[in-house]
Design a protein around this ligand. Structure first.
Ligand SMILES: C[S@@+](CC[C@H](N)C(=O)[O-])C[C@H]1O[C@@H](n2cnc3c(N)ncnc32)[C@H](O)[C@@H]1O
Length: 327
């Protein structure tokens, strides 16, 4: 679509009006999770909209994968720069800036728009909301992503599971840095490698082998054992790392249902410092959006505050992540 002389007007309009932004995700559940994350205030900086809602005809698992962020005040360049650096970048397909509204479907596009499809220069985005039809025009280079191609969430051979921990740490506003982390179910070592980049020492527990690049890290100790039989070695490793007072972070990616996970982790909760963070990947048996397990009724977590089960973008349909802080 060719549009002459409109770019300046579009920019001026964006600078003076509060636009709505529509973010398109790879899946409908990612759109749903984005709404939950927006409500939690976890990732989104100031100005990313007063409210987020899924839009379009949809079921729990299928639909147009769109989230409407209402009243975005962050300048477009700042919003896009934030999104490109954020932990949700890999899940986002497109971003549409909607700033002009027709009263209804019959309203014409502005008369000065010259619509001559001689070359692909702009994209006209149109959306029908309860308030009527809204549209905006974007020059092609401003499209967020133009194909279904996505790059790896994080670079490197141990990347896939690592994005889950990266997102969980971003979700926890003041994640510990510089102390000691215990990583349960650590093989092949994606989480441990990420933790080793910000923590003083990482104690990795798994009966399976760790990847050579993880084992080579000078601040990582691998205890090649099941968690259930590793307590004396964990205690010794904490003492050797100078963490007599306990660990700052206890994480587990052992692929267990919460009922099993909590029992396995319970003996280790004593090794977590007050103020230390607990991050657990939980596996469930169904793909439903709502999960029955309530962590606030879990006696093992009675000594914790801020106990929440979050559906991170990097979790699968069956997974959730439990976060908690020791009192
Ligand atoms: C999904 S993988 C963990 C991936 C890891 N987070 C990473 O980033 O490389 C799950 C791991 O949990 C380990 N695991 C399962 N049960 C365990 C137990 N009882 N004690 C220790 N590790 C266990 C398995 O051996 C497996 O390596």
């Amino acid at each position: 679509m060719c549009v002459r002389g409109l770019e300046d007007a579009q920019e001026a309009c964006l600078a003076t009006q509060t636009p709505d932004v529509i973010v398109q995700f790879q899946s409908q559940t990612h759109a749903y999770r984005c709404v939950l994350l927006h409500q939690s205030g976890a990732f989104f900086p100031e100005g990313c909209g007063v409210e987020a809602e899924e839009v379009g005809p949809r079921t729990d698992h299928a639909g147009p994968c769109l989230v409407l962020l209402k009243g975005v005040t962050l300048p477009r360049a700042d919003f896009e720069a934030w999104l490109r650096d954020s932990v949700m970048e890999w899940a986002v397909m497109r971003v549409y800036w909607i700033k002009q509204r027709c009263a209804d479907r019959q309203d014409a596009l502005p008369l000065d728009w010259v619509l001559q499809p001689a070359a692909f220069t702009h994209v006209l985005d149109v959306v029908e909301t309860a308030a009527g039809v809204a549209y905006s025009m974007s020059p092609c280079p401003r499209l967020f992503r133009t194909t279904a191609w996505t790059r790896p969430r994080l670079e490197g051979p141990l990347c896939k599971a690592t994005s889950k921990l990266a997102e969980a740490l971003a979700w926890v506003k003041h994640a510990p840095r510089g102390g000691v982390a215990i990583d349960l179910g650590a093989s092949p070592g994606g989480w441990s490698t990420l933790l080793a980049s910000s923590m003083h020492h990482v104690i990795s527990i798994d009966p399976a082998d760790m990847a050579p690049e993880a084992l080579a890290l000078p601040n990582l100790t691998h205890i090649k054992s099941r968690v259930e039989t590793a307590l004396p070695q964990i205690e010794a490793a904490l003492a050797a790392a100078g963490a007599g007072g306990g660990a700052d972070l206890l994480v587990s990616d052992m692929n267990k249902h919460p009922s099993a996970m909590i029992g396995m982790v319970e003996p280790l909760l004593a090794y977590l410092k007050p103020g230390g963070h607990l991050l657990l990947t939980l596996k469930f048996f169904s793909r439903s959006r709502d999960k029955a397990w309530d962590p606030t009724n879990c006696p093992q977590l009675a000594g914790f505050r801020g106990v929440q089960v979050v559906w991170l973008l990097a979790n699968t349909a069956h997974e959730r992540t439990c976060v908690a802080i020791k009192c």
